[in-house]
Write a protein that binds this ligand. Structure first.
Ligand code: BES
Ligand code: MN
Ligand code: ZN
Length: 492
C-alpha cells in the first residue's frame, strides 16, 4: 500500500475514486462543493434525496457523475461541521478505507485531510488516515491454508491538499508499516514466534537497513554477564532465551534512546500457572518487543537523525521440573537478590536484567514497553497505556507524544511510599507487591534497576491487542514511540 501526495484539483484528477467529506445535514466540505459545482449541482441533488445524512462513518459511493474526470466519488460523513472530534474523524476515514478496500478501486484520492478536526495539523490527519487504512487492510494469513488473493486490492491513497503533504504521507507510510510488522509478529502463534524466531527477525532488519546492526546473545553469553534473573525464567522452557539488540545509527555519536521491549513469546505463568481461560492470548506477551521492532523499522525507513537501541529480552514462561518455584531466590545482573513469590510475575524478572544491560549504551533515556500487569487493564482499559517514570520531563514528553499521535498514555505515581510493598524476608526484594496497586509496584520493581539513568515504563497490557471476536494485535504503541522520537529530534 502506497500513501502519496497530490495538489491536482479534484475535478480533473485521474483516479479510480475521489473521497470527499460531507457534514451533518448534508453540508458540503470545500472539495465536495467544488465537485458539486463542476457537476452542476449533481452531488447536492443526491444528498437531498436523503441517502446520506453526514453522520461520522456514513458513506455513499457515487458512479459516473457528469463533469468529473474520476469515475467514482465517495461521500464520507464526518459529523457536525466545526466540531469534529478525533474519534469522529477516525470513524470517517475507517469507513472510507473499508469502502475503498471492498470495491474494485485500486487508486483513490482522499480530500478528507482538508477538514478541521480539533485544530489538529494536516500532518496528523494524513498520518491517521494511513494508520486507520492499514488497520482496515491488515489481514492475518500466515497460518491459514485457504487464502484467496483479493481481485482488486487497494494499492494507493493520494492525499489532496493545497499544502504539500509529501512528508506527512511518508511518515504515515512508515508508521503504519511499522504497526503492521508489530501486528504480524504479535499475532503469530507461540510455537512459531519463539525467542529464536524473534532473533531471526531482528537479523532481517539488519539485512534490510544499512543503519541497523543486530546482535544476539545466547544463554551462555547471558550467563557470563550474570543475568541470573532472566535465565531463571527461561530455565523452565525448552526454547532457549535470546537477548536481542538492534542498534539504529542515524546521528553519529549522540547518546541513544534505548527502547527495551518485553519479549515473552508465551506466558503460561510458570509454576504459578494461569487459569486456562483465554490463556492463548498470552502469545501476546511479546507485544512490547513487537513494538520495538515496528519502531526501529519505521525510523530506519524514515532515516531519522537519531540513535536508537532496541533491546529485547525474549523467553517463554512455562511450568517445568526445572522452572522457578515460589520462594526461590535468584541473583540479577545488578547483584540484587530477588525472592520469586509468584512465577507469573516473570516480565519484571527478564526486564530487570535487560535494563541493567542497557546502561552500557550510555543512554540519554531508557523506555521499557511491556505487557506487564493485568492490573493496568482494570485501571485504564484499552484506551490508554500506563506510564510511570523516574524523571518528569521524560514522562511529560511521552504524555505529549501520546496526545500528538492519539496513541495515548496516562501517568501513574511512582512514589517511594509504594516501594515497601516489595520488602522480602529472604532477599533484597520480592518480585510481587501484594494486591494493591499492582501496576505501580511492578514499576517500583523495575525502578530498582534504573537508578543510573532517566527511565520511563509503558504498561501496554490493555492496549497492545484486542480479545474476543475481533481478537488481534493493534500495533500500539508504535505511533506513540515514533512520535516521541520525532518530537525528541525537533527539540534538539
Ligand atoms: N503478562 C502478564 C500480564 C498480563 C495479564 C497481561 C493479563 C495481559 C493480560 C504478566 O506476566 C503477569 O502475569 N502479571 C501478573 C503479575 C502478578 C502475578 C503480580 C498479573 O498481572 O496478574
Ligand atoms: Mn506472567
Ligand atoms: Zn507476562
Amino acid at each position: 500500500m502506497q500513501y502519496l501526495a497530490t495538489t491536482t484539483a479534484p475535478a480533473t484528477l485521474e483516479t479510480d475514486c475521489i473521497a470527499v467529506a460531507i457534514f451533518e445535514n448534508g453540508e458540503l466540505s470545500l472539495s465536495a462543493s467544488t465537485l458539486n459545482e463542476q457537476s452542476d449541482g449533481n452531488i447536492s441533488r443526491i444528498i437531498t434525496r436523503g441517502d446520506i445524512a453526514g453522520k461520522a462513518g456514513q458513506t455513499l459511493l457515487l458512479q459516473d457523475i457528469t463533469g468529473i474526470t474520476s469515475p467514482r466519488i465517495l461521500l464520507v460523513g464526518c459529523g457536525t461541521k466545526g466540531s469534529i472530534s478525533e474519534s469522529n474523524y477516525i470513524s470517517a476515514i475507517t469507513a472510507m478505507a473499508t469502502v475503498l478496500n471492498a470495491s474494485a478501486i485500486r487508486h483513490a484520492t482522499s480530500c478528507l485531510a482538508e477538514i478541521d478536526v480539533q485544530s489538529r495539523p494536516l500532518e496528523w490527519k494524513v498520518r491517521q488516515t494511513a494508520i486507520s487504512t492499514e488497520a482496515v487492510l491488515y489481514k492475518y494469513t500466515q497460518t491459514k491454508s485457504d487464502v484467496k488473493p483479493q481481485d482488486f486490492p487497494l494499492e494507493s491513497i493520494s492525499f489532496f491538499d493545497e499544502s504539500d503533504t509529501t512528508q506527512a504521507a511518508l511518515s504515515g507510510q512508515a508508521i503504519s508499516a511499522g504497526m503492521t510488522l508489530a501486528r504480524e509478529l504479535s499475532n503469530l502463534p507461540g510455537n512459531i514466534c519463539t525467542p529464536t524466531y524473534l532473533a531471526q527477525q531482528a537479523v532481517e532488519l539488519d539485512d534490510l537497513f544499512a543503519s541497523v546492526t543486530t546482535t544476539i546473545l545466547d544463554e551462555a553469553e547471558m550467563e557470563e554477564l550474570g543475568m541470573g534473573s532472566l535465565l531463571s525464567v527461561s530455565r523452565g522452557s525448552r526454547e532457549p532465551a535470546k537477548l536481542i539488540t538492534m542498534n539504529y545509527q542515524g546521528a553519529g555519536d549522540d547518546r541513544p534512546v534505548v527502547l527495551v521491549g518485553k519479549g515473552l513469546t508465551f506466558d503460561a505463568g510458570g509454576i504459578s500457572l494461569k487459569p486456562s481461560q483465554a490463556m492463548d492470548e498470552m502469545k501476546y506477551d511479546m507485544c512490547g518487543a513487537a513494538s520495538v521492532f515496528g519502531t526501529i523499522s519505521a525510523i530506519a525507513e524514515l532515516n531519522l537523525p537519531i540513535n536508537v537501541v532496541g533491546v529485547v529480552p525474549s523467553s517463554e514462561n512455562l511450568p517445568d521440573g526445572d522452572a522457578n518455584k515460589p520462594g526461590d531466590v535468584v541473583t540479577s545482573m545488578a547483584g540484587t537478590t530477588i525472592e520469586i513469590l509468584n512465577t507469573d510475575a516473570e516480565g519484571r524478572l527478564i526486564l530487570c536484567d535487560a535494563l541493567t544491560y542497557s546502561a552500557r549504551f550510555e543512554p540519554e533515556v531508557v523506555i521499557d514497553i511491556a505487557t506487564l500487569t493485568g492490573a493496568i487493564i482494570v485501571a485504564l482499559g484499552s484506551q490508554a497505556s500506563g506510564l510511570m517514570a523516574n524523571n518528569q520531563p521524560l514522562a511529560d514528553a511521552l504524555l505529549q507524544a501520546g496526545n500528538d499521535s492519539y496513541d495515548r498514555v496516562w501517568q501513574l505515581p511512582l512514589w517511594d511510599d509504594y516501594q515497601q510493598q516489595l520488602d522480602s524476608n529472604f532477599a533484597d526484594i520480592a518480585n510481587i507487591g501484594g494486591k494493591e496497586a499492582g501496576s505501580v509496584t511492578a514499576a517500583c520493581f523495575l525502578s530498582r534497576f534504573t537508578k543510573d539513568f532517566n527511565w520511563a515504563h509503558l504498561d501496554i497490557a490493555g492496549t497492545a491487542w484486542r480479545g474476543g471476536k475481533a481478537k488481534g494485535a493493534t500495533g500500539r504503541p508504535v505511533p506513540l514511540l515514533v512520535q516521541f522520537l520525532l518530537n525528541h529530534i525537533a527539540s534538539k
